[in-house]
Ligand binder design. Structure first.
Ligand SMILES: CC(C)(COP(=O)(O)OP(=O)(O)OC[C@H]1O[C@@H](n2cnc3c(N)ncnc32)[C@H](O)[C@@H]1OP(=O)(O)O)[C@@H](O)C(=O)NCCC(=O)NCCS
Length: 159
């Protein structure tokens, strides 16, 4: 049986998720993204996983309390131990309006053993043309994030 590369969470935005401006807190959205991505990475690798980095989190539209939220996380690229996940968040009125995309990002997880050492993960093979495009974009995002890490270290001396 093949393992699905997709996980979707669905729930309502609650009053406790809201910030002083009355909209859902950005940090809450980041938590949802991290949780759905963890579930996606654990499902794919069948191991405990840790977050390596979150790249290009975009806040496109605000989310309102009472809206139905969908957080869809899908593996779009794998390395040796890393899983690169595209996440899209949608929100809409559960009484009927069409959901809109509120956030998207790439997030990377790594499968680790009990001692924290990396574990090899199954290889993701894109099938459709869209899958192939998304994998290319994910690889570019990974390269950019790693270049930032390198710049912090080499140009600023920060580890
Ligand atoms: C995650 C962690 C184990 C990575 O250790 P590391 O020695 O820096 O990792 P590496 O440089 O070997 O990179 C590990 C993988 O991540 C990838 N990677 C590294 N930096 C990356 C970045 N900025 N963006 C995307 N991928 C990245 C590497 O390509 C490598 O993938 P591969 O094994 O498929 O080739 C370590 O940084 C750590 O423990 N961080 C804390 C994790 C944590 O607490 N997360 C939050 C709670 S779960």
């Amino acid at each position: 049986m093949s393992v699905s590369n997709i996980v979707e969470f669905r729930f309502l935005a609650e009053p406790t998720d809201v910030n002083f401006g009355g909209k859902v807190h950005g940090g809450m959205v980041m938590k949802w993204i991290d949780q759905a991505s963890y579930a996606c990475a654990a499902q794919w690798s069948k191991h405990y996983c840790v977050t390596v980095s979150a790249n290009a989190i975009r806040f496109i539209r605000p989310i309102l309390v009472g809206q139905m939220i969908s957080v869809e996380a899908r593996i779009v690229h794998t390395g040796k131990s890393s899983m690169h996940i595209y996440v899209v968040v949608r929100a809409g009125d559960p009484k009927g309006s069409k959901p809109v995309i509120t956030n998207r990002c790439f997030i990377t997880f790594m499968a680790v053993d009990q001692a924290g050492y990396p574990i090899k993960v199954p290889v993701y093979v894109p099938e459709t043309e869209e899958d192939k495009q998304l994998e290319q974009v994910a690889e570019q995002a990974k390269d950019f994030a790693k270049k930032l890490d390198k710049d912090f270290e080499e140009k600023l001396g920060w580890k």
